[in-house]
Design a protein around this ligand. Structure first.
Ligand code: AMP
Ligand code: FE
Ligand code: FE
Ligand code: ZN
Length: 282
């Protein structure tokens, strides 16, 4: 069984439509794929509609969070009830503020001499939850940087960078409660991704575990071997499920679907904990 539990479509900052994504997942031989767009479930229906035979879809989202000391982090939410009002309202608040913030980042870029426009960034986002990768794509088009990751520097969009503007984020403890309250399962995405910015302490992960966090994403491109060993040890100590995933973003990142996977036992444990939605197998 090949299982990839973290991917993005055009419903947020990926470049494959949800339908293209599930077809591509089957084409690379995946048995299970989770669609986890940033702060939205907008891609779920189209992914279900296009789901190929032999592929199981785990409906999810990746929630923008903040923890101690203002550190930003991402919380994967699996198999929750999308209609549960409290969590739905929280996702909506984040999505709304993403628009204000993206427009402000475009303005910052323009002040810094980059000839990009909000109209173009909106076009690139094409109705998906708008984020820095869409602004980054506009910077690439304008010839300001060579590629999307070239825009994630202190010069431009990296956390604290010249053109970076923060967005509203849900407190991580609240996010865990909202996710579990909607029948979902919370897994901390890439907790040790130090190249993205500051990361939280093990004590914070322990606090999240006490609040109902079910797992941590251990195998991820942004974790080196030492970090993976550390997180596996911490997970064991805190009795957390461990996952691995590609965090596929289509052509906005270099990694392909299924390049990093989750073991069947961990996937089974997640599916068993969830009460808000079921994995879908056509
Ligand atoms: P936002 O949610 O708008 O703050 O943007 C965060 C997104 O930017 C992440 O989900 C990644 O897709 C992308 N990202 C973050 N760091 C990098 C990086 N160094 N290179 C490329 N993409 C990145
Ligand atoms: Fe992303
Ligand atoms: Fe993430
Ligand atoms: Zn992600």
């Amino acid at each position: 069984m090949r299982i990839d539990l973290h991917t993005h479509s055009t419903a947020s900052d990926g470049t494959d439509s949800p339908a293209e994504l599930v077809r591509a997942a089957r084409a690379v031989g995946l048995d299970v794929v989770a669609l986890t767009d940033h702060d939205t479930t907008a891609g779920w229906a189209a992914a279900v509609e296009a789901l190929p035979a032999g592929l199981t879809l785990v409906r999810g989202a990746e929630i923008s969070c903040v923890a101690e000391g203002g550190i930003s982090l991402h919380m994967l939410a699996y198999l929750f009830d999308p209609a549960e009002p409290e969590f739905a309202r929280a996702r909506e608040l984040v999505r709304t503020d993403r628009v204000r913030r993206a427009e402000a980042m475009v303005e910052r870029c323009r002040e810094l001499g980059a000839p990009i426009t909000w109209a173009r960034v909106r076009e690139i986002a094409a109705g998906g939850a708008v984020g820095r990768p869409h602004v980054a794509t506009a910077l690439v088009e304008a010839g300001v940087v060579a590629d999307v990751s070239g825009a994630f520097t202190a010069e431009w969009l990296k956390d604290g960078g010249r053109a970076f503007v923060p967005k509203y984020e849900i407190h991580a403890v609240d996010a865990v409660r909202l996710i579990t309250g909607a029948g979902g399962v919370a897994v901390f995405a890439h907790p040790g991704a130090t190249k993205r910015g500051r990361t939280v302490s093990d004590d914070t992960i322990a606090e999240l575990a006490a609040a109902g966090l079910a797992g941590v994403e251990v195998d991820h491109l942004d974790h080196d071997d030492a970090m993976r060993v550390h997180l596996r040890g911490l997970a064991k100590e805190l009795r957390l499920i461990t996952t691995g995933s590609s965090d596929y973003h289509g052509t906005r990142k270099t990694i392909n679907l299924g390049e990093i996977t989750t073991d069947p036992e961990s996937y089974g444990a997640i599916a068993e904990l969830a009460t808000g939605a079921r994995p879908i197998t056509p």
